[in-house]
Design a binder for this molecule. Sequence first.
Ligand SMILES: Nc1ncnc2c1ncn2[C@@H]1O[C@H](COP(=O)(O)OP(=O)(O)O)[C@@H](O)[C@H]1O
Ligand SMILES: [Mg+2]
Length: 255
Amino acid sequence: MRRKVRHISREREEKLKDEDLFEVVEEVFDAATMGIVYKLYQRKVLKELKGVVSAGKEARVYWGKGWDGRDLAVKVYLVATSDFKKSIRKYIEGDPRFESIPESNFRQLIYAWAKKEFRNLKRMRGAGVRVPEPIAFMGNVLVMSFIGEEGYRAPLLYEAEGDLAPIYEDLQKQLKLMVCAAELVHADLSEYNVMVWQEEPWIIDVSQAVELSHPRALEFLRRDLENLSLFFSKRIGLELPQELRGELEECVKRG
Ligand SMILES: Nc1ncnc2c1ncn2[C@@H]1O[C@H](COP(=O)(O)OP(=O)(O)O)[C@@H](O)[C@H]1O
Ligand SMILES: [Mg+2]
């Protein structure tokens, strides 16, 4: 299944100037976010923002191009609503890496959130988990490798067609690497945060992932496993093996 994201016309593309970088974003970005995107452009991280891949409540993801022509995914955390603040508090509280954020400064909280996703991606990738390659972050903007090609994002697990058995097997390996090697619990894992690209699962959306020492790590892990188990049992009649669940819980308890 392929989905073309909205993009500016080829004609416009050809006469792309500095200010055109903002063409697709100006309605939703505040001045500070525009400044950050522009800085990423000046620093030669990002050459073009080509279209919206996903417009969520908390973040937007754009298809972009690097100066080397590489496809990029640019995730922009929206300057947030109080809903967003509520939804991220439970992950930030109890994580020693993020406890020093002044509550009053909400922009700083969002910046910390983007930084957290960048760091979690790095740490997972370092442990061999198949996640997008983190390339840069600045303020509320995170730049990573694009999963898909030519602006066609890969399907999410729930949209994927074809044989899901190899994905089910491989995802179990990814879970072991994430929990037992990277020592992180995703905490929002489901068929909506796994992409399937070239017949392999890619885990995405890791901003809320917590360390094993987080007071709710075990609870989050069980919920993640339950979500995936339910999905696979519906789709291919297989739950996640009890043995795997035990092994992962052991890693959390030891961590
Ligand atoms: N690296 C990426 N490459 C291609 N598409 C991506 C990438 N990261 C996210 N997406 C797309 O953007 C959507 C939203 O991204 P996600 O990180 O899940 O944020 P959220 O769910 O918080 O809005 C995903 O469901 C996926 O379709
Ligand atoms: Mg998501």
